[in-house]
Design a protein around this ligand. Structure first.
Ligand code: UD1
Length: 420
């Protein structure tokens, strides 16, 4: 199994290019099911989660080719199997994103129920409720969601009781081909939801209200083939900027949309980083130890839960005390025990982590990744720890960070992937 070996204590300097956003690419790939033709996508990152989505689509009868620009062309005209199998779904919860598009186009779908997850129970009740609102019959038995809508889906008013990103995306995709109008309130406003809306509208969908929590969707009969470039990965970008705030140095991340990470940038500035934004790049300079910052996670535009673990790593070596409150997921502190093993002074109280910055710094240890963002926080801790940190189970990190060791090496980090 692959592991990362990181020798801590080196500053990060130089420039890297951001990858395409995983959380935008996944729903956009699922949306190809809505089309009886070809969707051409660029800036799709090479990640295990993307491979899983492509495997699900191929298992249904879609086929993919790469054109001369290495854009991926997904052709879903011959889909004939409406089932997403457990063997694939269990490795990635976002597989639930095929439910809405399958129901919308074929009026039928069978999707394995995603199981538990390291960061909380993560139910899919809100996804199922909105499919029912749109007229689907849903039966969950033998570990599968079996959904059908004889005669097709019909527009409805959907009010989410809680903000859900993939739930909103599933509702949007389902409503795109439903008869009549759908109104969604308390919709997620994450930039990845907006990216999906932009792609669908380019295909001929009629969706209004992007970037707001009220969406109005007028169902259309069919969508047309198009091409689309996926937005940059704001969490990947924010992770490298946080890493440099910890190690010190000066980096530029190119091919970014700086406006999608305002909250994170504000917090990094509070920690002491000097940040400058250009149209499509962000530069960060850090010449001292970071100062501790409090954060409280919530849906966009607030501070993203996907950056919480990295900020706990930063606060562990920062000057001062801080509180990190996790409001989105019930159990997203699995990285804390590993950071404590590296010398972090962190105490958990319910959904808060109280951190006392350790000015002696962290020390290396063999540590275990438990989920995607937790593993990123351990890599960041390894970059500043004394000695060589070995991060195990890095398949989690390969789900969401494209060539992480190569990008960090470009910036001057001492990091290697080994197989043992
Ligand atoms: C998405 C992101 C993930 C990010 C999360 C929150 C993708 C592929 N993943 O996950 O990286 O951490 O948003 O920004 O885009 N909930 C329910 N019932 C449901 C659905 C959700 O109770 O049916 C709860 C969840 O348990 C959680 C909260 O709602 O507590 C928000 O989860 P949600 O926004 O749905 O997360 P995902 O879309 O799975």
């Amino acid at each position: 199994m692959d592991k990362l070996l990181i020798e801590g204590g080196f500053q990060l300097n130089g420039s890297i290019t951001a990858s395409g956003a995983k959380n935008s690419a996944l729903p956009i790939l699922a949306s190809s099911i809505l089309l009886k033709d070809k969707l051409t996508l660029s800036n799709i990152p090479h990640l295990n989660d993307i491979t899983t989505m492509l495997e699900i689509l191929s298992s249904m009868g879609a086929y993919m080719t790469f054109n001369e620009n290495m854009d991926i062309e997904v052709n879903t005209s011959l889909i004939n199997n409406l089932k997403a199998r457990y063997e694939l779904v269990k490795t990635m919860r976002a597989s639930i994103l095929v439910l809405g598009p399958l129901l919308a186009r074929f009026h039928e779908a069978e999707v394995a129920l995603p199981g538990g997850c390291a960061i909380g129970s993560r139910p899919v009740n809100l996804h199922l409720d909105c499919m029912r609102k749109l007229g689907a019959n849903i039966d969950t038995s033998n570990g599968y969601i079996k959904a059908s809508a004889k005669g097709g889906l019909t527009g409805a008013n959907i009010e989410f009781s809680q903000v859900t990103v993939t739930g909103t995306e599933n509702a949007i995709m389902a409503a795109t081909l439903a008869k009549g109008q759908t109104k969604i309130t308390n919709a997620a406003k994450e930039p990845e939801v907006t990216d999906l809306i932009k792609c669908l509208n380019k295909m001929g969908a009629k969706i209004q209200g992007e970037d707001t929590d009220k969406l109005i969707i007028d169902g259309v009969r069919e969508l047309k083939p198009t091409n689309f470039s996926v937005m940059p990965d704001r969490i990947e970008i924010a992770t490298y900027l946080t890493a440099t705030t910890m190690t010190g140095g000066e980096i530029t991340v190119k091919a970014v949309n700086p406006n999608t990470i305002d909250k994170v940038l504000q917090k990094l500035e509070l920690a002491g980083a000097k940040i400058s934004k250009d149209k499509d790049s962000i530069s960060l300079k850090m010449k001292k130890l970071p100062s501790a910052v409090n954060i409280s996670t919530a849906p966009y535009p607030s501070f993203p839960t996907d950056m919480q673990a990295q900020f706990i790593a930063m606060n562990s070596i920062a000057k001062g005390q801080s509180e990190v409150i996790e409001n989105v997921f019930e159990n997203r502190f699995m990285h804390v025990q590993e950071l404590i093993r590296m010398g972090g002074k962190i105490e958990l109280k319910g959904n808060s982590a109280m951190i006392d910055g350790n000015l002696n710094g962290l020390t290396s240890a063999p540590v275990m990744a438990t989920d995607l963002r937790a593993s990123a926080s351990l890599v960041l801790a390894g970059l500043v720890a004394k000695g060589i940190t070995k991060v195990d189970r890095i398949y989690h990190i390969d789900r969401g960070y494209e060539r992480i060791e190569e990008k960090l090496k470009l910036l001057g980090a001492k990091i290697d992937r080994i197989s043992e």
